[in-house]
Write a protein that binds this ligand. Structure first.
Ligand SMILES: [Zn+2]
Length: 174
């Protein structure tokens, strides 16, 4: 694809199954999508593997912008994505979607540091993790952060929902 130097490319077989799957995917790939969100939708949601951000809204690839992080928080990086989405990429509706049974809402900062430190065998007491002490309060704050951002036009609809990973249902909370 691109001509640039890669050191030791191919010496690691950890990705072989994924590359094989990609070859199958690409064999019947049509392309032709544009970079804008066709349905004007953007989601900010958690990295949790149980969430399929397009399918839970009946959307398909090309329909929406998706920004994910631990907890589905409206961080500075998420705001950067929202500002680009609403101004340049066709986004008219932004959904902030944390979820039930989220690890980031079930632990304190110190607990996450301890777990990470134990897992990797290094001191993690200096690291910051975006834990959520009160999911509802954080969701309201996050929606407000977007609504009050000077580079987000008033015409953009912003709302907060909680996704139930057991029932698959979205409930509007903000
Ligand atoms: Zn989560």
């Amino acid at each position: 694809m691109t001509d640039y130097p890669v050191i030791d490319a191919g010496s690691d077989d950890a990705f072989d199954d994924l590359l094989a799957a990609n070859r199958e995917f690409a064999a019947s790939f049509d392309g032709g999508l544009e970079g804008k969100a066709v349905k004007g939708v953007m989601l900010v949601t958690c990295m949790d593997a149980r969430i399929d951000p397009l399918r839970i809204l009946g959307l398909e690839v090309g329909d929406a912008k998706v920004f994910r992080n631990p907890g589905g928080r409206v961080t500075d990086a998420a705001l950067e994505a929202v500002v680009l989405g609403v101004n340049l990429l066709g986004v008219e509706r932004v959904l902030v979607v944390p979820h039930t049974s989220c690890a980031m809402a079930a632990s304190t900062q110190d607990q996450v540091r301890e777990k990470v430190g134990a897992a990797c065998g290094h001191d993690a007491s200096w690291a910051t993790f975006g834990v959520v002490a009160d999911q509802q309060a954080s969701l309201v704050d996050d929606v407000q952060r977007i609504l009050h951002h000077p580079l987000v036009p008033d015409s953009v609809h912003v709302a907060g929902f909680v996704y139930d990973v057991d029932s698959g249902e979205l409930e509007r909370r903000a």
